[in-house]
Design a protein around this ligand. Structure first.
Ligand code: FNR
Length: 389
């Protein structure tokens, strides 16, 4: 991490990707296809929740400590009995092929190189098996968009298990796609074209069902297949808490619920035997008007922090953001949009550079805050402030 910092200090600039999160977005806008850029950068509704995610971080400030030995800073964290190199994970992000041809396989490969767990989305453009191969010995988790058809759900879980995905992340906040003006205005169809090789298309149970109904393979009728897949996964009555039992029956490892914002839901997750939760509002892409994700973190940690593992995402852009979330009780955080911008700008190496840049920033900021290790990120290091105007 330090090497990257020094490179920036002594060189003219760091290669490819800027270290300024605001400029990163600008750089991505100028490099990516506009439809793809709009898809990543956009939020639901008027974008008020996306804004709230960032504002929430501004309302917490670090209170640094001095004259503490912090050299050889230790980033290691233990999640569900496994030790990971750092407290960051790659957030599940769908259809990565529309951002760069390196897609999920490329990002999984570079995540493995730097020890960042890769969370593969159900909506991916590379299959469960392809990503497992690309990630090799790297840590990987599987994110489920929970299909209405139980036989497809079970098939996805079996494939993920067989391919070395250790933790199941179940995203609860996207059982229907939100009202997202940027995408509705430009139409989702461009993305349908980009998902020609989704997990859905490669899933044997989905393929068989599709063949029966349409008399053709999914890739021969790609638009219909996308519509069927999206119809099963993203539209319809949501599941209820009782259905968690089905997932527990077909998954041996830890189960983590993503999209938790209410302390009562966090308690229900524990009651239903889940091992962890991700406090997240999907980066402001689902319910617009929902509260900034960081706002709910302390209350949720208070409710269940000693009973399950609390992870966090939505709005992380800098090293200090990571420290703030950890100090408020998260055990690790997921990085979303910034990595996608890196991918769009410079392919898998761009994605890698964003992650390495964040780790370097985290390292430098922990040192300056007087925090020697991840356990040192605690409530005494942050204060809530409110600036007027
Ligand atoms: C997402 N997110 C997401 N979440 C999920 O569970 N499955 C998915 O397939 C996707 N796909 C996806 C695509 C894009 C383009 C974005 C930006 C986000 C949500 C993601 O995992 C995470 O919750 C947010 O990205 C966090 O917000 P920020 O920090 O990226 O703003």
């Amino acid at each position: 991490q330090n090497e990257l910092y020094k490179a920036g200090m002594f060189a003219q600039r760091l290669p490819i990707v800027t270290t300024d999160p605001n400029k990163l977005e600008e750089q991505a806008r100028s490099k990516m296809a506009l439809t793809s850029f709009n898809y990543v950068s956009g939020g639901a509704g008027e974008g008020s929740t996306m804004d709230a995610n960032r504002l929430a971080f501004r309302q917490w400030k670090m209170v640094p400590r001095m004259l503490r030995p912090t050299s050889g800073r230790d980033f290691k964290v233990n999640l569900f009995g496994e030790t990971y190199d750092s407290p960051i994970l790659m957030a599940p992000i769908g259809v990565q092929q529309i951002f760069h041809q390196d897609k999920e396989t490329g990002v999984a490969e570079v995540c493995a190189e730097i020890g960042v767990p890769y969370i593969l989305s159900t909506a991916s453009s590379s299959s469960i098996e392809e990503v497992a191969q690309a990630s090799g010995n790297g840590p990987r988790w599987y994110q489920l968009y929970w299909p209405q058809s139980d036989d497809i759900t079970i098939s996805l879980l079996e494939r993920a298990k067989a391919n070395g995905y250790k933790v199941l992340v179940v995203t609860l906040d996207t059982w229907a796609m939100a009202w997202r003006p940027a995408d509705l205005d430009q139409g989702y169809v461009p993305f349908f074209k980009g998902v020609g090789n989704t997990n859905g298309f490669t899933d044997p149970v989905f393929r068989e069902k599709f063949q029966k109904k349409y008399g053709a393979a999914p890739e021969e009728k790609a638009l219909e297949a996308s519509a069927e897949w999206i119809g099963d996964v993203f539209s319809g009555a949501p599941h209820t808490w009782d259905h968690i039992a089905l997932l527990k029956k077909h998954w041996d490892g830890p189960i983590v619920l993503k999209g938790i914002q209410h302390p009562d839901d966090a308690r229900l997750a524990v009651e239903h035997g889940c091992d962890g939760i991700i406090v997240s509002n999907h980066g402001g892409r689902q319910l617009d008007g929902a509260i900034g994700s960081l706002e709910m973190l302390p209350e949720i940690v208070e409710a269940v922090g000693d009973k399950c593992t609390v992870l966090f995402d939505s709005g992380i852009r800098t090293g200090v953001d990571i420290i703030k979330a950890l100090s408020l009780g998260a055990k690790a955080v997921l990085i979303g949009r910034p990595v996608v911008y890196g991918l769009g700008i410079g392919g898998k190496y761009g994605a890698k550079q964003v992650l390495q840049g964040l780790l370097a920033d985290l390292d430098q900021s922990m040192g300056l805050a007087g925090i020697p290790d991840i356990a040192g990120c605690n409530r005494s290091m942050v204060r809530r402030v409110q600036y007027g105007g």
